[in-house]
Ligand binder design. Structure first.
Ligand SMILES: Cc1cc2nc3c(=O)[nH]c(=O)nc-3n(C[C@H](O)[C@H](O)[C@H](O)COP(=O)(O)O)c2cc1C
Length: 187
């Protein structure tokens, strides 16, 4: 399996790190792009550099590299995940405004009819955010808000993160044990 993973400047860089960790352990081929804003968020929230996340990926591209393989539909992938996804990037995809590699790769994923998964994080959401996400959902994009559940009785931040990343893996058809499913949790 070959996936494009992008990390943008919404809060929740830890979701991106967790997904990269899991995909690395499952030997999924990953092509990673980290936005400039995400670099700042990674430093602030994870107290690490983008380099430490890039080490988990097989291929890494600069967000301004508009010659990377992932900007072309001829480069086959099994889909793309943007985790976390800022409202700016949601807007760019919804309006076909592909002025960086993340936006272009998402545009390509959509035009080629491949799986595009967004993990948006913002609160509260204004009408523009909601309208952009609705438009993308209508185009077949899977929107998995960074919105953990509590029925599995999480005790640690990691369990909340694992829940959201587990939902992404479910969508990709990748087996995992990141969270307890309802039938196990209720018994
Ligand atoms: C610490 C921090 C947290 C942020 N959190 C969010 C957020 O949760 N959601 C969001 O849409 N933007 C958030 N932003 C603003 C985005 O980083 C900003 O809109 C940026 O232009 C997004 O660009 P990108 O999509 O290319 O990464 C945050 C910025 C900072 C510095």
């Amino acid at each position: 399996m070959r996936l494009v993973v992008a990390i943008t400047g919404a809060s929740g860089a830890i979701y991106g790190k967790c997904l990269l960790d899991v995909l690395h352990n499952k030997r999924v081929e990953t092509h990673l792009v980290i936005s400039k804003a995400a670099e700042k968020v990674i430093e602030h929230e994870l107290e690490t550099t983008k380099r430490s996340l890039e080490k988990l990926a097989d291929h890494v591209y600069d967000v301004d590299d508009l010659t990377a393989p992932i900007l072309s539909g001829s480069f086959k992938t099994d889909g793309m995940i943007i985790i976390p996804c800022s409202m700016k990037t949601v807007a760019g995809i919804a309006h076909g405004y592909s002025d960086n590699l993340i936006l272009r790769a998402a545009d390509v994923t959509l035009k080629e009819g491949r799986k595009l998964i967004l993990v948006p994080r913002e609160t509260p959401l204004n009408v523009i955010h909601l309208r952009n996400m609705l438009e993308l959902a209508k185009q077949g994009v899977t929107i998995i808000p960074a919105m953990p559940a509590f029925y599995h009785k999480p005790k640690k931040i990691d369990s909340l993160v694992d829940y959201v990343v587990g939902k992404v893996l479910d969508c990709l058809g990748i087996e995992h044990k990141l969270f307890m499913r309802w039938m196990e949790a209720k018994s």
